[in-house]
Design a protein around this ligand. Structure first.
Ligand code: C2E
Ligand code: CA
Ligand code: CA
Ligand code: CA
Length: 278
C-alpha cells in the first residue's frame, strides 16, 4: 500500500498542472517580494456624496515585480491566501497604512484609511492585540482605520467571530462589508455583528443606467442600509450617470474612476489633500 501511495504521489507530481506550478513559483516570488520591499500601497479617494469632500482612502496593494512590472492583487492575493503568506503581507499592509494614517493625522487631514482584510487575518486570535499595538506605536486616534471584510468571513463560528469584531470595534475601528450582495451568506450577520458600512459592489454599479435590475438592487441596498442605521458607499463609479443615480437614491459616499484610480500616497496628497481638485 505504501508503494502504491508513493507511486500515486509521483504520478501526481508529474501530472501537476501548469497552474499549480505557476502558483508555487508565484508564492516563492511573493516571499522574495516581501523581503525586498517590492510592495506598495496605492490609495483611492472615498468621497462624501453630499459635500463632495474626501472622507477616506481605500488602501490597495500593488506589487512592482522587477521582471513582470505591476502585478494585479487579483492575481497574487488569492495565491497568498492559499499559502498563508497573506498573514505577513497583511501585517505589512496594516503597518504601512497605519504609518500613512499617522502622517495624514499629523498634517491635520481628517480622513480614514480603509484596509482590506483577509479571512486568515481575522482568524488570528491576536488580531485586535496587534492592531492595538500598531495604534499605540503610531499614536492613531479612533476612526483613523477602517477594515473591509467580506460576507464569507462572517459565516461560521458566530460567537468567536462576534467576539473578534467587538474587540476591533473597541479599538475605534470601523467595519465595512466589501462587495456587498455578491456573497452567498444570509443577511442575519447584519443584525448580529457590529457593522458600520456596506459597500455596494461594483457589479451592481457597472451597468447603471442600462440595467434596471441593478438599479433596483443598488437602491434597495441603500434603503436597507439606512433602515439598519448603516452607511453605504458605492464602488466602481465610472460615469456621471451612475453618480447622479446613486446620489439621488441617498447613497452616502462613493469611490471610482470617475474621480480617480488608486494612486501612490504622494500623488494622493497633491491631488486630494493639499490643493482642491474640484
Ligand atoms: P476590492 O477590495 O473590491 O477593490 C476594488 C477594486 O476595484 C480595486 O482593484 C480597484 O482598483 C478597482 N476599482 C476602483 N475603482 C474602480 C472603477 O471605477 N472601475 C473599475 N472597473 N474598477 C475600479 P485592485 O486594486 O486591482 O484590487 C483587486 C482586489 O484585490 C481588491 O478588490 C481586494 O479584494 C484585493 N486587495 C487589494 N489590496 C489588498 C490588500 O491589501 N489586502 C487584501 N487582503 N486584499 C487586497
Ligand atoms: Ca475593498
Ligand atoms: Ca469591493
Ligand atoms: Ca473584491
Amino acid at each position: 500500500a505504501k508503494e502504491a501511495g508513493r507511486g500515486a504521489f509521483r504520478f501526481y507530481t508529474e501530472a501537476m498542472s501548469r497552474a499549480a506550478q505557476d502558483r508555487l513559483h508565484l508564492d516563492t516570488r511573493l516571499r522574495r517580494a516581501l523581503e525586498r520591499g517590492e510592495f506598495a500601497l496605492h490609495y483611492q479617494p472615498q468621497i462624501d456624496m453630499a459635500s463632495g469632500r474626501i472622507i477616506g482612502a481605500e488602501a490597495l496593494i500593488r506589487w512592482l515585480d522587477p521582471e513582470e512590472g505591476m502585478v494585479s492583487p487579483a492575481r497574487f492575493i488569492p495565491v497568498a491566501e492559499e499559502s498563508g503568506l497573506i498573514v505577513p503581507i497583511g501585517e505589512w499592509v496594516l503597518r504601512t497604512a497605519c504609518a500613512q494614517a499617522q502622517a495624514w493625522q499629523a498634517a491635520g487631514h481628517e480622513l480614514s484609511i480603509a484596509v482590506n482584510l483577509s479571512a486568515r487575518q481575522l482568524q488570528h486570535a491576536d488580531m485586535a492585540i496587534r492592531l492595538a499595538e500598531l495604534f499605540r506605536e503610531f499614536g492613531l486616534g479612533p476612526g483613523r482605520l477602517e477594515l473591509e471584510l467580506t460576507e464569507s468571513m462572517l459565516a461560521g463560528d458566530h460567537a468567536q467571530t462576534e467576539a473578534r469584531l467587538q474587540a476591533l470595534k473597541a479599538l475605534g475601528v470601523e467595519l465595512s462589508i466589501d462587495d456587498f450582495g455578491t456573497g452567498y451568506s444570509s443577511l442575519a450577520y447584519l443584525k448580529r455583528f457590529p457593522i458600520d458600512v456596506l459597500k455596494i459592489d461594483q457589479s451592481f454599479v457597472r451597468d447603471i443606467p442600462q440595467d434596471r435590475n441593478d438599479m433596483e438592487i443598488a437602491a434597495t441596498i441603500i434603503a436597507m442600509a439606512h433602515t439598519l442605521k448603516l452607511r453605504v458607499i458605492a464602488e466602481g463609479v465610472e460615469t456621471p450617470e451612475q453618480h447622479a443615480f446613486l446620489k439621488e437614491r441617498g447613497c452616502d459616499a462613493w469611490q471610482g474612476y470617475l474621480r480617480s484610480r488608486p494612486v501612490p500616497a504622494d500623488e494622493f496628497e497633491q491631488r486630494f489633500l493639499l490643493c482642491s481638485d474640484a
